[in-house]
Design a protein around this ligand. Structure first.
Ligand code: SF4
Length: 330
C-alpha cells in the first residue's frame, strides 16, 4: 500500500486519551498542540488536504499522538465515523492510528475493522523488559508480542514504533528490539531517539544527574544500526526522529537530547559513508539512484568531501536503473 503515491492526513490527539505517564512523555510539547481536535476540526483538516492533494494520491487519515484506543468507545466511534463518508465516496482509502499494546483486544479490533482502519501502529518503544519497566511504560515485551499477533490475525497492517536511548537501553538492546520487531511481523516502524522534555519524570531524573541522553553522534550511530536491520528485512521506516514541532524548534519544553531537523539526513549520510569505506583504489565514478543521491553525497557534502580526500577525481552519477540503497562503481 505504501509504495504508491501516498499521503497521510495527520490528526493529532494529544495525551487526552492516555491515562499513563511514560517517563519521557509530555505529548502537549511533542505534538505542539494541547487540545484534542473537535469533529468539525477533523473534517476541516480532511477537506484542506483533499483540496490540495494531487490526483491519484492514496490518502489515509492518521490518528496520531495519544492512545487512540484508550479513548472512550463513543469518542473513538465519533472520530472514526467522521471519516466514513470520505471513504464511501472513495476520496480517502483508509485509516491508520497509533496506540499502546495494552489497549488492544478483540472488542477494540472488531470496532476498528468495522470502520475501515487498515494500519495499527503500536508504541512498542523497546522489547526489553528492563527498559520498559524503567520507562514506566506499564506493559511488558510479552504484551507487545500478544497484541501484535492479535492485530495480524485480524488482517491489519502492523506497525511497531521504537525508541532508542531510554533509561537502561544499550545499543545491543536496541538492535535486539529491531530484530524482534522484524520477527513479530511489523510492516512498518518509526525510530525515535529519546529526548528530555520538560515536565516529565525523565526531566527530573536528568536534573538530578540520573539520566544522560544519547549524544547526537551516539544517536546517529544507534539509529544507523537499527535502520539497517529494518531495510534489510523490508520493514518500511516511516519516520526517524520526532516531527519538528514549533515548541521543539524554539526549544520550549525541550531540555536535552539528540534533536535536529536534519536527523534523518545524518543517519542516511552515516549509512552511505559506511558503504564507501572500502572502495577499490581505482574508483572514479559512483552511480546511485537519484532518490539516494543527496544521502550518498551526504549532509553538507560530507561524504563527497571524505571520498575526495581518498580519491581525488571521484564523482557521483545518477542512474534510475540502479536499485535504491545500492551503487555501482566505475
Ligand atoms: S502511552 Fe504514549 S501518550 Fe501515553 S504517556 Fe506513554 S508515550 Fe505518552
Amino acid at each position: 500500500m505504501l509504495n504508491k503515491k501516498h499521503c497521510n492526513i495527520p490528526i493529532f490527539i494529544p495525551q487526552k486519551a492516555c491515562p499513563h505517564q511514560c517517563i519521557y512523555c509530555n505529548q502537549r510539547y511533542i505534538s505542539g498542540q494541547q487540545v484534542a481536535p473537535t469533529l468539525n476540526e477533523v473534517k476541516q483538516t480532511i477537506e484542506k488536504y483533499l483540496s490540495t492533494a494531487e490526483k491519484g494520491t492514496e490518502l489515509q487519515v492518521a490518528f496520531f499522538g495519544g492512545t487512540f484506543t484508550g479513548l472512550d468507545i463513543e469518542e473513538q466511534k465519533a472520530y472514526l465515523q467522521t471519516v466514513q463518508p470520505y471513504i464511501t465516496e472513495e476520496k480517502i482509502q483508509s485509516i491508520r492510528l497509533s496506540t499502546r499494546p495494552d489497549y488492544i483486544n478483540n472488542e477494540i479490533l472488531d470496532l476498528l475493522k468495522q470502520y475501515n482502519v487498515a494500519d495499527i501502529e503500536l508504541g512498542a518503544q523497546s522489547l526489553d523488559n528492563e527498559v520498559l519497566q524503567f520507562s514506566e511504560r506499564g506493559h511488558s515485551a510479552e504484551d507487545i508480542a500478544t497484541a501484535s499477533e492479535l492485530i495480524k490475525s485480524y488482517g491489519f497492517n502492523l506497525g511497531l514504533q521504537m525508541m532508542i536511548g531510554l533509561p537502561k537501553d544499550t545499543l545491543a538492546k536496541s538492535i535486539a528490539t529491531a530484530e524482534k520487531i522484524v520477527s513479530l511481523g511489523a510492516v512498518s516502524t518509526r525510530i525515535y531517539p529519546t529526548l528530555v522534555i520538560d515536565r516529565t519524570p525523565l526531566a527530573t531524573l536528568y536534573r538530578q544527574g540520573n539520566y544522560k541522553p544519547l549524544t547526537m553522534n551516539g544517536a546517529v550511530d544507534w539509529t544507523k544500526e537499527v535502520y539497517k536491520i529494518f531495510i534489510h528485512n523490508n520493514v518500511k521506516v516511516l519516520r526517524v526522529g520526532l516531527h519538528p514541532s514549533e515548541d521543539l524548534m524554539n526549544g520550549k519544553g525541550y531540555l536535552d537530547g539528540p534533536f535536529h531537523v536534519s536527523f534523518f539526513e545524518f543517519v542516511l549520510t552515516a549509512i552511505w559513508k559506511e558503504r564507501f569505506m572500502n572502495l577499490p583504489l581505482d574508483t572514479k565514478i559512483i552511480k546511485v539512484n537519484p532518490k539516494d543521491i543527496n544521502y550518498a553525497i551526504g549532509y553538507r557534502s560530507s561524504n563527497l568531501i571524505f571520498l575526495k580526500s581518498k580519491f581525488r577525481d571521484i564523482k557521483f552519477v545518477q542512474d534510475k536503473t540502479i536499485p535504491q540503497d545500492t551503487f555501482l562503481l566505475y
